[in-house]
Design a binder for this molecule. Structure first.
Ligand SMILES: [Fe+2]
Ligand SMILES: [Fe+2]
Length: 319
């Protein structure tokens, strides 16, 4: 394959060519997929052609680049990768009940592919933690250490997600519970937070022209995520159509402020956290528009998310 620019590049590139996908295409790829409103079988077919191997991502050569980065940048990258180590593992852990409770045969087939993806992502992130961050490769000892370093909003969001999935696991045939879990998992966690964080990391690395192995792994994950979020949007549009507007709104109302202010530590909002909040608010608005939610519902959620925010259980930052 040549590295000539083509709109097909991001869809078809293999691991060796992924770091060459033009950054403009990486940034707009997911939105262009969402615009197609693909159903579960079309997403299944994309999955068949977009396979990659986590263990083949060339990370060891990146270590030198990583160690040569300014300490502040290294810390930022480390923090972000840490949230993905927990996020991918948690995603894999929580997807089981969502697969078990899904409403139709085609969804079951599609969700099987997503479970495989989240396994692959978990393996990739564990490899990143070892090869790049120099951590001990044992997930069981790694996860609690990282959990303790996450922001209060992030931990709370993860607890709410686990509660919604536990409710669903208790009654897998309850479609309303399934819609709630999918609103959190596919819309908030993947469609707002993961997509935004992946895109920002790839852009930052590309700008500095460093860590090609990490770029390849993250572009491959972002491409997978475009399918995951597409499925979630499809499932939620169907749920809204069947009258579950209140269930979707309930989860959004509770989770949007936590998601948007995910970077805030304590009560003090840094300029970086404020910038992230603005970006995440726009991302959330795009998802809600793509769900065809009524404008009044969208504006309500945006108003709730914009209120001054104190993370649950937060110590005042300047105390
Ligand atoms: Fe993932
Ligand atoms: Fe995902």
């Amino acid at each position: 394959m040549s590295s000539r620019w083509s709109t097909l590049l991001m869809d078809s590139a293999d691991l060796t060519h992924l770091p060459q996908v033009p950054i403009g295409q990486v940034s707009t790829h997911a939105e262009s997929i969402f615009g197609q409103r693909l159903g579960p079988m079309a997403l299944y077919r994309r999955w068949e052609t977009q396979q990659w191997e986590a263990e083949a991502v060339p990370l060891a050569p990146d270590r030198e680049d990583f160690d040569a980065l300014p300490p502040l940048i290294r810390t930022k990258i480390r923090e972000l990768l840490n949230t993905f180590v927990v996020g991918e593992y948690t995603g894999l852990d929580l997807l089981g009940p969502i697969l078990g409770g899904c409403p139709d045969e085609q969804s079951l087939i599609y969700l099987g592919t997503q479970v495989a993806d989240e396994s692959r992502h978990t393996v990739l992130l564990a490899k990143i933690a070892v090869d790049l961050l120099g951590m001990d490769g044992d997930l069981r000892s790694m996860l609690p250490l990282i959990w303790a370093e996450m922001t209060e909003a992030h931990r709370e969001l993860s607890v709410v997600e686990a509660d919604l999935v536990r409710d669903l696991a208790e009654k897998p045939s309850d479609y309303g519970r399934w819609i709630r879990a999918v609103t959190h998992f596919h819309l908030i966690t993947e469609g707002v937070l993961a997509l935004n964080a992946q895109r920002n990391l790839i852009k930052g690395l590309r700008h500095r022209q460093v860590l090609p192995g990490l770029q390849a792994g993250f572009i491959a994950m972002a491409r997978d995520e475009s399918r995951h979020v597409s499925y979630g949007m499809h499932a939620l549009r169907q749920g809204l159509h069947e009258g579950h507007h209140d269930a979707v709104m309930d989860v959004l109302e509770h989770c949007a402020p936590l998601a948007v202010h995910i970077e805030q530590r304590g009560t003090k909002e840094t300029a970086h956290a404020r910038r992230t909040a603005r970006e995440l608010t726009k991302e959330l608005e795009r998802r809600m528009v793509q769900l065809d939610l009524p404008r009044t519902s969208i504006d309500h959620i945006l108003t709730v998310a914009a209120r001054p925010f104190t993370p649950p259980g937060a110590e005042p930052a300047d105390a």
